[in-house]
Write a protein that binds this ligand. Structure first.
Ligand SMILES: [Zn+2]
Length: 374
């Protein structure tokens, strides 16, 4: 015999809620007992019920033929025999109405599209800022280990140069939230910088060597600081988990994240929106600290030029694919360079071509606006 559960019952006659108990009467019927001493009772067949599913904060409820209503105070009990009958019923209704099928399909497609386009990023943002500090550190540590072991080599910069950059970073960019600066030879990453959720910025020797001044390096570090403050790598990684991030946002169950997320973070490209956010963060910060923002634009330009130069053989008339087929001997070096290019973009689109012009324009606009201020 199933255990009766407490529910709220409206008898359909008066609008007052009754305290009531619901139990299984048989395979097809339930028994509801209500009144002060549970002295009244009614039986209802499942087939006469209409289930109003749980929605957000609202618990499930059941509407009955005699205008009575049962409100649950939590999830439906296990013995409650409603589900399968209801599903069969709605399928039967669908089969009889082709226009309803078409409408349902359109609705579902639109709904999933909206969910992926807006729901997933929103949930990622939410989860990224809900995760506790120690989860962030664990996730970031995993990703960092991966970058250190697989993608980069020990830095060959002089200690004095590293110290100087660290010192300048701490006194201008860190603003009370100092990240751990890690210097590495870029290897596959080339000239790049990476912000990881364990409050770590990895900056490559190649990037530092490409800079013409310390201000340019500080501009890049300010951009990375923006990614850190906004938790972008985490958000991007969560977004790439797709719809399952909605599940995490709704249930708060993030136990699987520690296994799936470090890889997802490493594989994710920042969206243009995140790059623009980090750029804006950098520009405002540089402006506050009296560093000319044009340094940032100059560096973006140089990075873009030099990356383009490196990739030139590949870009000849956008026929890389055709080239490969035509000349199998060329295959080897091309593969290497495309591998390098893709890893360049994996972390940070610091050097992404189509966006560079737009980003430099944003810097110039910002500069003009600041100069116009009294
Ligand atoms: Zn970036």
């Amino acid at each position: 015999m199933s255990r009766p559960i407490e529910v709220i019952f409206y008898d359909g006659v008066v609008s007052k809620p009754h305290h009531a108990q619901l139990s299984a009467q048989s395979e097809s019927e339930v028994l509801i007992q209500y009144g002060e001493r549970l002295e009244h009772q009614r039986r209802y067949a499942y087939r006469d019920m209409e289930l109003i599913g749980a929605l957000g904060q609202l618990n499930p409820a059941i509407e009955l033929k005699d205008d009575a209503r049962i409100e649950f105070q939590g999830a439906l009990p296990e013995w409650f025999n409603f589900g399968t009958k209801n599903v069969q019923h709605s399928i039967w209704k669908l089969e009889r109405s082709p226009s309803l099928i078409v409408f349902s399909i359109i609705f579902v497609v639109a709904f999933v599209f909206a969910l992926v386009k807006w729901g997933v990023p929103a949930a990622s943002h939410y989860v990224a800022f809900q995760l506790p500090e120690n989860s962030l550190n664990k996730l970031g540590d995993e990703a960092e280990k991966y970058v250190l072991n697989n993608w980069t080599n020990p830095s060959h910069l002089a200690q004095g140069q590293k110290d100087q950059i660290s010192k300048q970073y701490l006194s201008t960019i860190a603003e009370g939230r100092p990240a751990k600066l890690v210097f590495r030879e870029g290897g596959r990453l080339g000239a790049n910088a990476v912000a990881l959720p364990n409050n770590t910025i990895i900056i490559t020797d190649e990037l530092i060597e490409m800079a013409h001044s310390d201000q340019e390096i500080l501009g890049v570090l300010a951009h990375e600081q923006g990614h850190l403050v906004e938790r972008h790598s985490l958000q991007q990684g969560l977004t790439s988990l797709g719809l399952s991030v909605l599940y995490i946002a709704m249930t708060g169950d993030s136990s699987d994240l520690l296994t799936s997320l470090p890889a997802a973070m490493i594989g994710a490209n920042y969206s243009r929106k995140f790059e623009a956010e980090a750029d804006m963060y950098a520009l405002k910060l540089m402006d506050r600290k009296g560093i000319e923002v044009s340094h940032f634009a100059n560096f973006l330009q140089r990075l873009s030029d030099e990356t383009a130069l490196e990739e030139k053989p590949k870009q000849a008339g956008k026929t890389a694919e055709a080239d490969k087929k035509a000349d199998p001997n060329k295959k080897q070096p091309q593969n290497e360079s495309s591998e390098k290019e893709s890893s360049l973009e994996i972390f940070d689109a610091l050097s992404s071509h189509p966006a560079t012009e737009e980003r430099i324009k944003m810097v110039r606009d910002f500069e003009k606006k600041q100069q116009a201020k009294p």
